[in-house]
Design a binder for this molecule. Sequence first.
Ligand SMILES: *[C@@H]1O[C@H](CO)[C@@H](O)[C@H](O)[C@H]1NC(C)=O
Ligand SMILES: *[C@@H]1O[C@H](CO)[C@@H](O)[C@H](O)[C@H]1NC(C)=O
Length: 198
Amino acid sequence: MITKGWLLPIALTMVLITEVSSQDCGQLLARLRQANKANLELLNSKMNSTIPQQCIEGVFSFSLKNKLPTNRDVSEEENAKVAIQEVLQQTGHIFRQNCTEMLWDEDSLRAFHAGLDQQSENLKSCLSASPRSRRIQLTSLRVKRYFRSLNDFLKEKEYNRCAWEIIQIQVKQCFLWIEKLIQEIQSKGMDAQIPAHI
Ligand SMILES: *[C@@H]1O[C@H](CO)[C@@H](O)[C@H](O)[C@H]1NC(C)=O
Ligand SMILES: *[C@@H]1O[C@H](CO)[C@@H](O)[C@H](O)[C@H]1NC(C)=O
């Protein structure tokens, strides 16, 4: 079994690699996908493999009540990119809340933030400058609303351990969702310049 101590340096290295950014929007998705994997690994390395007994009920009731937009809601490329950018930015905000009960060390938290901020900025700089369609505005709103529910929940639970467990599970789902969205865009061949080796 690979221990958690092992994964961390790998995840950090990947975060650093992706920080070496050029404004090359053609390879944006490939880089984003790689960085998203690093985020996911870092998050996984910090999460307990089992949900603490006292948190289980909360996990289920939270997941039922609060949902991300579906893939169908964000089927166009620009729309998906806006959704991803919003998720990254909002995740950064949420991980700047009171984290004392979350049991992350400072270095990991800093690396996590750096990765999120960098990807969010890269993505933002590659988004179209033209006014957003209603559909895209709606996507952005839905993601914001979802994260507002995470924020409210944390606050309501006074940033306790279980609340953070639940938030981390949700954020993991978000990263998996990002992976799916990128895969979908790529499979439609809309990001044609991705080098084959990535
Ligand atoms: C996992 O849960 C156990 C028992 O609650 C706790 O002692 C341990 O610190 C947790 N590990 C992490 C990485 O949260
Ligand atoms: C952060 O959360 C912990 C645990 O709930 C609490 O004891 C502490 O007072 C909080 N700190 C701030 C600055 O809100």
